[in-house]
Design a protein around this ligand. Structure first.
Ligand SMILES: NC(=O)c1ccc[n+]([C@@H]2O[C@H](COP(=O)([O-])OP(=O)(O)OC[C@H]3O[C@@H](n4cnc5c(N)ncnc54)[C@H](O)[C@@H]3O)[C@@H](O)[C@H]2O)c1
Length: 461
């Protein structure tokens, strides 16, 4: 931590991004005022309780609150008046038509503009939410100028600093950035945010992670980043589906691809497709914005289509073994869209559970942390035949088939014998390829997985 007196930062929107940003800035000794419209969330933050599951976040938050370096309020005015810099971290969901919904951005900008009207000192604002290129220029700045009666670049600074954290590793990612992109309208705005991130300057971490550009380039960088990673996921899933038909194990193919520096090993685990609050909505939003601007992206379209179908593969595999699933008891292991988070937004588990219920299956499901979010957000009727279990072993008990939907570490600790003993019929479909198929050889279980050679015989002995 540095002794330099740091400016106070306010963060508007206490979702995954705003919370992790606030907790990490506080950890780096920057005073932070957290703002959200959700009173319950603000009360939790004030008590040092994390409203979301993210490694290290509870400790950082509690420490920040106890040290008085983090405060929280529902009042944007109080936060902006008492800070020098504001990050906008509100949600940018997809509208029903697949376009970006900017309503939270509009409200947040309006609220900030109203406060700036009352403020005599310079204030710097950065959009951190993911927004379509041109949004900060043509929505955020005009709204703030109109509400405040002040001029961007003169009375207040504007930047766009996209966020690249991964849920499940958000704190690590924030503290170990590969890059910090600052899109700025002028030198002063840039300098304000460059100082916020002073702990990541080259002299301290030994590499230059900063890239300066204009607002719309920063906005595009975020979309290009997510679109590339999402495309990589859909690509490896297609390779997996083809590999399986040729009796080839995708795990070995992925490993070989990852050994190539030009490709990198990240995002090459074949599975059930991407979910979460970012990839699905961002790829869709960019596809639609591009189309509206006059370009139809075949790659983004294909990325989404592959992802749409991928969660249904394990159901087909189950049907191959069990035939009609009507009345059959099926276990689902994992509900969050990926491990180490409780986020279920666009999680493959939702599509899989809904489809299985549609065709008459009865479900037992388990997730270490995402059960409550799944219950609230999946849209599955409360009286649907689904039992929420307290352990993985409970979820597989008496089932005729188990699908591994999320690659939580604890699932890989289940022994092949546990499956065999607990299940009525030991049919395991590994949607995330967490198990080595050889473990199941001669065990009297049927083991299938995404991108796994279907030519090998694991029939019950
Ligand atoms: N979640 C991620 O992994 C991630 C990663 C990188 C970028 N992003 C982007 O960051 C942005 C935020 O994502 P998130 O997942 O944290 O969103 P989120 O939906 O989890 O949280 C948004 C929060 O903003 C609050 N809010 C809405 N309007 C407000 C207002 N006017 N004033 C104060 N608070 C308000 C909501 O109550 C909510 O708590 C999105 O644009 C997203 O695409 C997300």
């Amino acid at each position: 931590m540095s002794d330099i007196k740091r400016k106070t930062v306010s963060v508007v929107g206490m979702g995954y991004v705003g919370l992790c940003l606030s907790a990490c800035l506080a950890k780096l000794n920057t005073p932070v005022i957290c703002v959200d419209v959700d009173k319950k969330r603000i009360e939790q933050i004030k008590s040092g309780i994390s409203p979301i599951h993210e490694d290290q976040l509870p400790e950082f938050l509690q420490m920040g609150v106890e040290d008085g370096i983090i405060s929280a309020t529902v009042d944007t005015e109080q936060a902006v008046l008492n800070s020098d810099i504001t990050f906008i971290c509100v949600g940018t969901p997809t509208s029903d038509m697949g376009y970006i919904d900017l309503s939270q951005i509009h409200t947040a900008s309006k609220n900030i503009g109203k406060v700036l009207k009352k403020k005599s000192t310079y204030h710097a604002i950065s959009v951190k939410s993911t927004v379509i290129p041109g949004t900060t220029d043509s929505h955020v700045i005009p709204i703030i100028e109109r509400e405040s009666g002040k001029k961007a670049g003169k009375n207040f600074g504007v930047c766009m600093t996209p966020e690249f954290l991964r849920e499940g590793a958000a704190i690590y990612d924030f503290l170990n950035p590969d890059k910090i992109i600052i899109g700025a309208i002028d030198d002063r705005s840039y300098q304000e945010f460059y100082e916020v991130f002073q702990d990541f300057h080259e002299q301290k971490i030994g590499k230059n992670v900063f890239l300066r550009c204009d607002l719309r380039t920063a906005e595009m960088i975020k979309y290009a980043n997510n679109s590339f990673l999402a495309t990589k996921v859909s690509f490896i899933n297609e390779m997996a589906n083809i590999s399986a038909l040729f009796g080839v194990d995708i795990k070995i193919v992925s490993k070989a691809l990852g050994m190539d520096n030009r490709i990198s090993k990240e995002y090459l685990n074949a599975g059930l497709g991407f979910g979460g609050s970012c990839f699905p909505k961002d790829v869709k939003a960019l596809y639609n914005a591009g189309k509206e601007a006059g370009y139809i992206s075949k790659i983004l379209d294909a990325t989404l289509q592959v992802n749409e179908n991928q969660p249904y593969y394990p159901i087909t595999m189950l049907k191959e073994e069990l035939g009609d699933l009507q009345g059959k008891l099926i276990g689902l292991l994992g509900l969050s869209f990926k491990p180490n988070t409780d986020d279920v937004r666009f999680a493959p588990s939702i599509k899989i559970a809904k489809k299985l219920l549609d065709i008459g299956a009865i479900l037992r499901v388990y997730d270490p942390v995402a059960k409550e979010n799944f219950r609230k957000e999946s849209g599955i009727a409360v009286d649907a035949p689904i039992t929420y279990c307290d352990s993985a072993l409970e979820a597989i008990r008496d089932t005729e088939g188990v699908l591994i939907v999320t690659e939580w570490d604890e699932f890989s600790q289940i022994k092949p014998n546990d499956f065999k003993r607990s299940m009525k019929k030991a049919i395991i479909i590994d949607g995330r390829r967490i198990f080595d198929p050889n473990l199941f050889e001669n065990m009297g279980v049927i083991f299938k997985g995404i991108g796994f050679s279907t030519s090998r015989n694991y029939a019950p002995t």
